[in-house]
Design a protein around this ligand. Structure first.
Ligand code: C5P
Length: 222
């Protein structure tokens, strides 16, 4: 039977990553954080000494990524740095970079790996910006997770402070607005809800409430 795909999109710090991991664990599905792919491209550019605006270098880096290089990188704390997030959002405007990452994402969604090598899962949860609109428009369950930008900035601020970093609310809020604008205004695959996405505004919800609402929606899908 075909893989059951759960597509979760939304802006930075909306809670979509936490939600996606918990849904995948509960459903026994594989999980792919698609933002990590763009971060991996950004990180490899920075490490090679290229500017994140260098489109040709970004395309070469994206074409050079495969499962063997990307999957071990996924949990690398270096991917989580803000400088890498900014580089990711810059490389993600290049159409050829997006095209180069498409097959990997679709293959993961349609043939989700299982927990043990050589096994498969019955489904996949992918989170990002364009999973429901571009990567897997046929997914039976699409969610668009949002929260007010001030709420997201406060969440990101406490995440940063929890890791011991110094952070200022106004600067975090400003960064969030710049990244939102770049993600929603780009020409190719901008951040927007699929027409049939379930809208989940987590501004007034904690992680448990968001999880329950998402599970109710997924259970209602064929
Ligand atoms: O989700 P995360 O913050 O890790 O994503 C980093 C950047 O990668 C985003 O700001 C966005 O520009 C880009 N991205 C994307 N399409 C995706 C996932 C992430 O363009 N599906």
């Amino acid at each position: 039977s075909p893989s059951f795909i759960v597509a979760i999109d939304g802006p930075a710090a909306s809670g979509k990553g936490t939600l996606a991991r918990r849904l995948a664990a509960t459903l026994g599905f594989a999980h792919l954080d698609t933002g990590a792919l763009y971060r991996a491209v950004g990180l490899s550019l920075l490490r090679a000494g290229h500017a994140p605006e260098d489109g040709a270098a970004a395309i070469a880096a994206a074409r050079g990524l495969d499962a063997a290089t990307v999957l071990p990188l996924m949990n690398d704390p270096a991917l989580r740095q803000d400088v890498v997030a900014v580089a990711a959002s810059k490389v993600s405007v290049v159409p050829e970079v997006r095209a180069a990452l498409l097959d990997f994402q679709r293959d993961f969604a349609n043939h989700p790996p299982g927990g043990a090598p050589g096994t498969v899962s019955r489904g996949a949860v992918l989170d990002g910006r364009d999973v429901g609109t571009v990567v897997c428009p046929q997914a039976p369950a699409k969610l668009f997770v949002t929260a007010d930008v001030e709420v997201r900035a406060r969440r990101r601020l406490s995440e940063l402070r929890n890791t011991g970093a110094e952070a200022i609310y106004d600067a975090v809020l400003e960064d969030m607005k710049v990244r939102d604008a770049r993600d929603s205004q780009r020409a190719v695959a901008p951040l927007k809800p699929a027409v049939d996405a379930f809208l989940l505004d987590t501004s007034m919800m904690d992680a448990d409430q968001a999880f329950i609402a998402a599970m109710d929606f997924i259970r209602s899908r064929p």
